[in-house]
Design a protein around this ligand. Structure first.
Ligand code: PGA
Length: 251
């Protein structure tokens, strides 16, 4: 058990949220400040348009902000993209890189993800590096190998000296309401831990490994108690303050 790692719960709002969504943040902040102090670091990764507002308004309740992606370059002719330093400028401390929706819809390779993670680290952000297998890969017994290859290709060497976070998100569990068994989650997280320790020694032993994919109030307590699960990356259930708070409280 890696009991010395403070868990982290991150909400990935994806392409959801207008300025009106700040009401959910206010509600969450209220719950976090009136209830028992959370035993987890709490991060929200909203759309870039409301990132600065989330960072500003969440601060007093200890809610940290993160981006959902960044470009690998520090600046330049990249219409529509956002750089790591822009996220920092807006108040972010974290950034998700290599989410499966970006790997798939934007054709991002492990090398792209690694370059983004490097840019994030260079700008002072903590990258949340996502990995995870497809259903076909799991069914054919390749899940551990696929994720090991993604880790090797997506995590930059700079992780030896800087904080990174790994998020294991089986693609078939994202937004589907389905989750792996606790044994399967434990097997994968233990395997990820082994790979991190092989490559980064003590530093690898301290990296948070989040579970993501249909994490809900109903299953959070069980999943967050699995060996080497150091928190969660939450999509759908992070959009409602009450549900997200229940997941945070499950730590
Ligand atoms: P989900 O999404 O919780 O809605 O399954 C998780 C994610 O994609 O990060």
């Amino acid at each position: 058990m890696t009991t010395t790692i403070t868990p982290l719960i991150a909400g990935n709002w994806k392409m959801n949220g207008l300025r009106g969504s700040l009401d959910e943040l206010t509600a969450l902040a209220g719950m976090l400040t009136t209830g028992e102090a959370p035993r987890a670091v709490v991060v929200i990764c909203p759309p870039a348009t409301i990132l600065a507002a989330i960072a500003r308004q969440g601060a007093s309740a200890g809610i940290l902000a993160g981006g959902q992606d960044c470009h690998a370059a520090p600046s330049g002719a990249h219409t529509g993209d956002i750089s790591a330093s822009m996220l920092v400028d807006a108040g972010a401390q974290y950034v998700i890189v290599g989410h499966s929706e970006r790997r798939e819809a934007h054709g991002e390779s492990d090398a792209d993800v690694r370059a983004k993670a490097e840019a994030a680290i260079g700008a002072g952000l903590k990258p949340i590096i996502c990995v995870g297998e497809t259903e076909a890969q799991r069914d054919s017994g390749q899940a551990l190998d696929v994720v090991a290859a993604q880790l090797a290709g997506s995590i930059p060497d700079a992780a030896e000296l800087h904080e990174i976070i790994v998020a294991y998100e089986p693609i078939w569990a994202i937004g589907t309401g389905r989750t792996p068994s606790n044994d399967d989650i434990a097997e994968m997280h233990n395997s990820i831990r082994d790979k991190l320790v092989q490559r980064f020694a003590d530093k690898g032993a301290s990296v948070r490994i989040l579970y993501g994919g249909s994490l809900k109030p109903q299953n959070a307590r069980e999943i967050l108690a699995v060996d080497n699960v150091n928190g969660g990356l939450v999509g759908g259930a992070s959009l409602l303050a009450k549900d997200f708070y229940t997941i945070i409280s499950a730590v």
